[in-house]
Ligand binder design. Structure first.
Ligand code: ATP
Length: 138
């Protein structure tokens, strides 16, 4: 088994996770990547999606991340996220309401407007939050 590495996920308003983990998978803008202890250092931006990791007892966990940056070092992964929540902290009713608002805006806006792009991004965030929240046991 590979050694543990420290995963830290922070946003401008909160500390989401600080724990020792076996492996981290994250949604890089160039594709999903995985980090184990001893990884070569690298820095990448993140797109909206999910961070999956195995905690020190081997349990799989999921965090929603809306985008940001990740720095991997041999003994740690630091994620600076725009917003992020652990699966259990996702308010599914709030995400459903956000999805409805986004769909409403998409129906009203023209595709070339910036508000259309914003609504698309909000819709994607809401769908991903709902999917994660509906997945059992992570
Ligand atoms: P909303 O319209 O509901 O605010 P959003 O996608 O615009 O959704 P973000 O800008 O990504 O929200 O996040 C703003 C703050 O609210 C962050 O701190 C984020 O963690 C929190 N947040 C957003 N949606 C949820 C949710 N469904 N459950 C828990 N926290 C949430």
């Amino acid at each position: 088994m590979a050694g543990l590495l420290k995963l830290e996920v922070v946003t401008p308003v909160k500390y989401v996770v600080s724990e020792d983990v076996e492996i981290v998978m994250a949604p890089g803008t160039l594709g999903e990547f995985g980090v184990l202890s001893g990884h070569t250092p690298f820095l990448t931006s993140l797109k909206p999606g999910r961070i999956n990791y195995k905690d020190s007892s081997g349990k799989e966990r999921t965090i929603f991340v809306s985008g940001g940056f990740s720095e991997a070092l041999p003994d740690r992964v630091t994620i600076l996220a725009e917003s992020a929540e652990r699966r259990r902290d996702i308010d599914i009713d709030r995400a459903r309401a956000a999805l409805e608002r986004a769909q409403q805006r998409l129906a009203e806006e023209k595709a070339e407007n910036i508000s259309f792009e914003r609504a698309k991004a909000a819709m994607y965030r809401a769908i991903e939050r709902i999917r994660i929240a509906e997945t059992k046991g992570m």
